[in-house]
Design a protein around this ligand. Structure first.
Ligand code: PMP
Length: 437
């Protein structure tokens, strides 16, 4: 802990006035303690004790170009000089909307807000208004923000009911919403079909993370997203992809372009503005038009914020440069990293399963060769994962506390080599310390 002396002092001090000493609950679970940082440039972080890290957290996803990318920084600085907050119309709103509609297959219209959680709310509202039905199908293990009406069946802890349930997640959550959400297992098209056959008259929408990034980066089974699309169309239900993580990360047009499945509505956040708060609901005109028809209310003081939109224009501009080379390079580097980690695990005889794609993947310490849904992730060895994360931190590599890795367009081949060296050492360390099973 001597290494983190200043962070420990600041964490103590912070708790005196800031609830819990962190600004988002998930950050409290960082081990050995929530660190404080003083600089973050590209892929390099320095904490307040002077420890240096190679970063694979990307601030939980937004920094798809790395931290303080020159084009984003310049755009934001220029915008602040012009105006920083407007509460009226400006041309960046049009430019970014046009760009998103060019990039994202389902996007005929867009609506801006600031966070993923609130954008999800608009998508759910549009689905209910379009169908006149009250309920939403969501899948166990998927996260769609922290609001009452969707924070259900996220990470239920054992002992679990036989089938996924809509159960309250937190104290203070209104029980009135329990009847509005049906929670189903993911990657189970027959299960969804059975539900829709019986209850489609009351189901407005199906919301899914197209890659289950919030539970070990699980991939959809081949044909699963296509089956969702077919079932939604057959039963007149609105299909919503929550691309808050996958958007502008797994492909320029998000997971919907990667898998070739076009939802009715989709939600983007995180990477779209390269580190500034912006979220976007996009979708087909027939649904999005419910807003200008004044059938669905959508509002927000910071909607269309000029600074965030300047950052978005710069971010999307860089991502689209040279035929989309930046994301292609990130993905390729990520794939090399995955292959390298897999090889090291094999050599070190460490049972490991890597799920996900090059730019967003997850390490599970497990003997399983496949995971299809949230429940399959529960027997992975989290003690070993935590020991691995701590060893990586010692080696100067900063990772998310659930074992997820994000690779950005700012990472280089040298970063990948450095990370693999650290992984080799971390594997030796966790093997000799005999943590977990
Ligand atoms: N949807 C998904 C898939 C997410 O991962 C998140 C945040 N991690 C959200 C929605 C909520 O976004 P925000 O934290 O910006 O409210």
């Amino acid at each position: 802990m001597k290494r983190f002396k200043r962070s420990a002092q600041l964490f103590q001090k912070s708790q005196r006035h800031l609830a819990g000493g962190v600004s988002s609950m998930l950050r409290a679970s960082s081990k050995p303690l929530p660190l404080f940082f003083k600089s973050y440039s590209g892929t390099k972080l320095v904490d307040v004790d002077g420890n240096r890290y190679l970063d694979f957290t990307l601030a939980w996803g937004p920094l798809i170009l790395g931290s303080s990318h020159p084009a984003v920084t310049r755009a934001v600085q220029n915008q602040i000089r012009q105006f920083q907050c407007l509460g009226a119309q400006h041309e960046l709103e049009i430019e970014v909307a046009e760009k998103i509609c060019q990039m994202v297959p389902c996007s005929e219209r867009v609506a801006y807000s600031s966070t993923g959680s609130e954008a999800v709310q608009l998508a759910l509202r549009l689905a209910r208004a379009a169908t006149g039905r009250p309920k939403i199908v969501k899948f166990e293990g998927h996260y769609h923000g922290w609001m009452d009406n969707i924070l259900l069946g996220y990470h239920p802890q054992p002992p679990l009911q036989t089938a996924p349930q809509a159960e309250l997640t937190t104290e203070g959550q209104s029980p009135a919403i329990l009847g509005d959400v049906v929670v189903l297992p993911w990657n189970d098209a027959p299960g969804l079909e059975a539900c829709l056959r019986e209850r489609s008259h009351e189901i407005a929408g199906i919301i899914t993370e197209p890659i289950l990034c919030n539970s070990s980066c699980l991939m959809p089974l081949p044909g699963y997203l296509q089956a969702l699309r077919k079932l939604a169309t057959r039963y007149g239900v609105v299909l919503i992809f929550d691309e808050v993580i996958t958007g502008f990360r797994v492909a320029p047009g998000g997971a919907q372009s990667l898998f070739g499945v076009v939802p009715d509505l989709a939600i983007f956040g995180k990477a779209v503005a390269g580190g500034f708060p912006l979220s976007v609901v996009v979708g087909k005109k027939e649904f999005m038009d419910l807003i200008p028809q004044k059938r669905v209310t959508h509002a927000g003081t910071f909607n269309g914020n000029p600074v965030s939109l300047a950052a978005a224009r710069a971010t999307l501009g860089v991502l689209n440069a040279r035929g989309g080379a930046p994301l292609k390079s990130a993905r390729k580097l990520g794939e090399r990293l995955i292959a390298g980690i897999g090889r090291l695990a094999e050599e070190g005889e460490i049972p490991l399963l890597i799920n996900g794609v090059g730019t967003a993947f997850h390490l599970s310490f497990t003997v399983r060769s496949e995971m299809r849904n949230y429940r399959d992730t529960l027997d992975a060895d989290t003690q070993k994962r935590d020991a691995f994360l701590e060893a990586m931190l010692q080696e100067g590599v900063y990772l998310l506390s659930d074992g997820r890795w994000y690779v950005s367009a700012a990472h280089t081949q040298a970063d990948i080599e450095l990370a693999l060296k650290a992984v080799r050492k971390a594997f030796v360390r966790i093997k000799s310390s005999k943590v977990g099973g």
